[in-house]
Ligand binder design. Structure first.
Ligand code: UDP
Length: 245
């Protein structure tokens, strides 16, 4: 059952169910990818139909962002839970640690993925970080080749949206990985370059506010986010958008 929020179809999963689905996808033959849309993605996808179809084509679409949860509720089709991409990624790393899998980290500024790799290896000693690459490359082909040669099982793609989602959909099958996950700024968090909000802020669903305090330059980006809620109310009032099995 998918929940349609302004054209993006979300999987209605708890964090535990998301992990179970992620682990299952790694067992299935072929390439799979996970996306972690927040309200900014939803607004961008309304204007960029390629982005929208790449999001809807993902094997798992998890609601990262309290704005998505509020919108789904306003639309009359509530989602069970928020599933922050960073927490989903940590659950998947714990799973890779358990099975002794191979992980490639792609994205962020030069040096960040390496620092993230060192921290991840310390915390999950039984998995192998089989490669890293920064996210500021001009040509895709050499990077795709490096990932292919690394024989990774799981790939973190942290290039920012919509580039990371389009990259996964375009090159996924030829990279030979089992699962790719679009995870935005997660490598900055694993590297310790950016802190997550303290738990008290997370519990109050104010992670976005903490980020705004820490990075005021995000204000322009965030200012349009209430639009998602307004649009959800208007759709609900006009009796639209329920469907989607
Ligand atoms: N990034 C990148 N290549 C680019 C643009 C951005 O690797 O060309 C990285 C950036 O350094 C950051 C991440 O992508 O680590 C995206 O961060 P952002 O905060 O925009 O993403 P969010 O977490 O909001 O999805």
């Amino acid at each position: 059952m998918k929940i349609n929020v302004l054209g993006v179809r979300f999987d209605n999963v708890t964090p535990e169910e998301a992990l179970e689905r992620g682990a299952q996808l790694m067992e299935q033959p072929g390439f799979h990818y996970v996306v972690t849309p927040n309200p900014e993605f939803v607004l961008a996808a309304e204007k960029d139909k390629e982005f929208q179809s790449v999001l809807n084509g993902a094997d798992l679409v998890i609601p990262d962002g309290i704005g998505v949860i509020y919108s789904a509720k306003l639309l009359g089709t509530p989602l069970k839970s928020r599933v922050p991409g960073i927490e989903f990624s940590a659950d998947m790393l714990a799973h890779m640690d358990k099975v002794g899998g191979r992980v490639f980290l792609l994205g962020a500024k030069p040096g960040v993925a390496e620092q993230a790799a060192a921290n991840i290896s310390k915390e999950y000693p039984n998995l192998t970080i089989c490669g890293t690459h920064d996210g500021y490359f001009k040509e895709d082909a050499p990077v795709v080749q490096i990932i292919k040669e690394s024989n990774a099982d799981l790939l973190f793609v942290c290039l920012g949206a919509p580039r990371q989602e389009k990259f996964m959909a375009k090159y996924g099958p030829e990279m030979g990985v089992k699962l790719a996950m679009g995870l935005g700024g997660s490598l900055d968090v694993y590297a310790g370059v950016v802190e997550r909000a303290p738990e008290s802020w997370q519990k109050l669903n104010l992670e976005w506010a903490y980020r705004l305090v820490k990075e005021p330059k995000r204000f322009g980006r965030m200012a349009k986010l209430p639009l998602v809620l307004v649009k959800a109310v208007l759709i609900r009032l006009s009796g639209g958008m329920k469907e989607d099995a």
